[in-house]
Structure formats: C-alpha cells, structure tokens
Ligand binder design. Structure first.
Ligand SMILES: Cc1ncc(COP(=O)(O)O)c(C=O)c1O
Length: 275
C-alpha cells in the first residue's frame, strides 16, 4: 500500500508576493535605518499621503498594525464595553478580536456566497429577527464589513441597512488596498467600453471614484460610450445627492465627450407593452 506523505499547508504564504517586491522592501528598510527616524518621520508621512491618494480618503493615519487601527476606529466611533458589533466570521481573526478588545461582542452574520463578504440582506434579516431584539440588539452600535481578498462588500446595501437602524459602519479594508487600481485595470484595456444605463442604480463613492478614473484615463486612448435615461441635471441623484462627486464626474465627461440626445419613444419591452 502506498505510504501517504503528510503535506504541510501553511496558514499564510506571502513568499510569492514578497519575491516580487523584495528589492523595494529591503530598500525601504535601509532608508529608515539610514535616517535613524524609527518612529513616525518622513517615511510614515509619505505612506499616509500615498494611502490617502490611493483610497480617495481626506487623510490617512499610520498605526502600529491593522488590528490596532480597527480597535482605534471602533473606540473612536463610540463602541464601548457591553456593546455589540455585527461582523463576519469569514475573515482574518483581527476583525472580531478588535471588537472584543474594545470590550464589545461580535455578532456574526452570514456572508454573500458571491463575494464571500458580509451579506446586507442577512444583516437586515438578523436585525429584524426577534431573537436578536433582546439585550444584545439593544446595545448594537456598529456594522464592521470586511473587504476580503480585495473584493469589496456591497457597501451601498450595507450603508442603507445601517442608516435604517442608526448604526455606524466601519470597514475592515486590510485586504483591500489598491482594490480600486485592480478594478480600474479591467476597464482600461478594452478598445471600446460601453457603460449602459448609468443611473439605473445609485453609485456609491467607490463606484464614483472608479467612474471618474475610467473616464479620465481612457480619454484620448480608448473609446467609451455611456448611456443614461437621466438628464445631466438629474445626475446628482445617481451619486446619492453628492454634488462634489457629481460635478467631478460631469466635468470630466462634458469636457471630453460628445453628447447625443435621442428623443422619442423607448424600445424597452415594458414601455412597448404599455403603449
Ligand atoms: C481582513 C484583515 N483584517 C485585519 C487584519 C489585521 O492586520 P494586522 O495583521 O496588521 O494586525 C488583517 C491582517 O492580515 C486582515 O487580513
């Protein structure tokens, strides 16, 4: 009988990623050692501005670790001992342990099988569930979704549920750095990109950032056709009433695009049946 050979599967293997960035990592460590600025200093400042630019945040603050950052964010959001926070069990253990460290109790809710991230529908169901309308729900303070493996959770839906129940939302984006960049790559390569029916669904801030970048970066390089049933005046409603994002996107679009207005009856099946 053939002998079975035990196979060692590491919990986490970053070797392949490290091999590709080894020179950069070692050079950065050397820069810090040479400068003798081991706490804060120009390297941390540079990282903070790069992360803020990458994520589109107003500012970024460097912390000792991701776990520390999550704990600080929870405490800053007012989560205190005795509270509970909804999150997902399918994550690195820091998502739940930061909640425990803030003295609160994690309430685990199921994930969406498509993204493997917190399912907003399940969160809503859980919140409505009578069993949770006991002591634990009374002290519920926040929802902590995780963007696992660089794939964003459905933030529109999660924010909607949170707003309905007056809960804070804190995102664990430890695995999502550069998710925007990765998504962007997908939209830059095709020779022609058609974004059909913009405005049919609302676009959140991440989507707006992506749309803005796609329009800017494809300009004079690749074609893009955007269709919408909404007049430009109605566009703020597409971006949840955010006038800054709307003007940024429209500014890019109107400077670089030709607008064709098609008047007349719709060819949609629903409209044709009704007329
Ligand atoms: C989803 C997630 N959250 C939080 C953390 C915690 O980050 P750190 O290891 O820097 O404490 C990690 C680390 O891998 C993570 O993957």
């Amino acid at each position: 009988m053939p002998q079975s050979v035990p196979l060692a599967v590491p919990l986490l293997d970053l070797r392949r990623q490290y091999d590709g960035i080894r020179e950069d990592v070692l050079a950065a460590i050397a820069r810090v050692c040479d400068s003798q600025s081991f706490i804060l200093g120009p390297e941390v400042e540079a990282l903070e501005s790069e992360i803020a630019a990458l994520t589109g945040a107003a500012c970024a603050v460097g912390c000792a670790s991701g776990t520390e950052a999550l704990w600080l964010a929870l405490v800053a959001a007012g989560v205190k001992p005795g509270d509970s926070v909804i999150t997902t069990a399918f994550s690195f253990f820091a998502s739940a342990s930061a909640i425990v460290r803030a003295g609160a109790t994690p309430v685990f809710v199921d994930v969406d099988p498509g993204t493997l991230n917190l399912d907003a529908v399940a969160v809503g169901r859980q919140l409505r569930d009578h069993q949770l309308r006991t002591k634990r729900l009374k002290n519920l303070r926040a929802i902590l979704p995780v963007h696992l493996y660089g794939r964003p959770a459905d933030m529109n839906a999660i924010r909607e549920v949170a707003a309905h129940h007056n809960l804070r939302v804190l995102e664990d984006a430890a695995q999502a750095h550069g998710a925007l960049k990765t998504q962007l790559k997908r939209y830059l390569s095709p020779a022609l990109l058609i974004l059909d029916e913009v405005g049919y669904l609302p676009i959140d801030q991440r989507g707006a950032d992506l749309l803005f970048q796609v329009i800017s970066q494809r300009y004079e390089r690749r074609s893009i056709v955007i269709t919408s049933n909404k007049t430009f005046k109605q566009w703020p409603s597409i971006f949840n009433g955010d006038s800054t994002i709307t003007s940024a996107v429209l500014d890019r679009l109107l400077h670089h695009a030709e607008t064709v207005i098609i008047e007349g009856s719709s060819y949609r099946m629903k409209d044709r049946i009704e007329t």
